[in-house]
Design a protein. Structure first.
Length: 271
């Protein structure tokens, strides 16, 4: 979209793409969770998404469906749902999810994933788990976090071992995982190309869709503005890094209202 502004690109990418979408159940191949795919396509990029603490994967359905509508297979394991959530085990489940995406023909056999086009993403502790998983998986080409939380073992330490591009969206009103000690610290420790954006009016749960009882324990609630920004930025980033699509670069290279560019090291181009 040469000649278009960042705002115009954001508006375009926040809307569904042109691919019809299929929904599947990861439990059919041995792991609880959801998978959304384009209706057809071979050699597609894929992302495995980690949920936040106490959050059901259903709270990310719109984001997963959105990515699939833009040609990206998006899967989310529904494990580690209890209060004693293990980020280490969820990281393992994310890697297993990538195994499933690359090792199983999806749909009726007309959908396949390119093992050279894999990414990890996650919200809250699921974001931290995505960082842990990426540090130990050479297949991963990109990482996205939404209001990332530091984890045990440390996502901050893991970030120092990651050389692939990373996009981190921090929530300015996050009182569960304040950016300064979580998303910002992870981004600053990142070894590869990295971008940190701050959504100043967003709470910790702003990226989670709908309502859930965990809002009684955690800070904030789902926010449509934050979800719109996340849909556009995550889509632009994954298409750029995994497929080399430069059409949306103006969005990745500039500030946008509600998601200012706080920190960047090197370009986010596909290596």
């Amino acid at each position: 979209m040469s000649g278009y502004s960042a705002k115009q690109v954001l508006d375009q990418l926040s809307k569904p793409g042109g691919h019809p979408v299929l929904r599947g159940d990861l439990a059919l191949v041995g792991l609880p969770g959801l998978v959304y795919t384009p209706a057809i396509g071979l050699g597609l990029p894929a992302v495995a998404f980690g949920h936040g603490w106490l959050q059901p994967v259903e709270r990310y359905r719109a984001l997963l469906r959105h990515l699939a509508s833009w040609g990206i297979v998006a899967a989310a394991p529904g494990t580690q749902r209890g209060p004693l959530m293990s980020s280490r085990l969820l990281a393992g489940n994310l890697r297993t999810t990538l195994d499933i995406c690359t090792g199983v023909r999806l749909g009726d056999g007309g959908i396949s994933v390119d093992a050279e086009r894999l990414a990890l993403a996650g919200h809250s502790m699921g974001g931290g788990a995505a960082v842990l998983a990426a540090a130990d998986d050479e297949r991963v080409r990109a990482v996205v976090t939404l209001a990332a939380s530091e984890t045990r073992p440390s996502a901050l330490d893991a970030a120092r071992r990651i050389g692939v591009p990373g996009l981190h969206l921090a929530a300015g009103e996050d009182r569960i995982a304040p950016p300064v000690g979580h998303a910002e610290a992870i981004a600053e420790a990142w070894q590869g190309p990295v971008q940190l954006r701050l959504l100043p009016k967003t709470s910790h749960l702003g990226f989670a869709e709908g309502r859930h009882w965990s809002e009684l324990l955690l800070d904030g609630k789902g926010e449509r503005a934050a979800q719109k920004l996340a849909r556009a930025l995550v889509t632009a980033f994954l298409l750029r890094v995994l497929t080399g699509e430069k059409k949306w670069d103006v969005l990745l290279e500039n500030d946008v209202k509600g998601a200012g560019l706080l920190f960047q090291r090197a370009a986010l181009a596909r290596s």
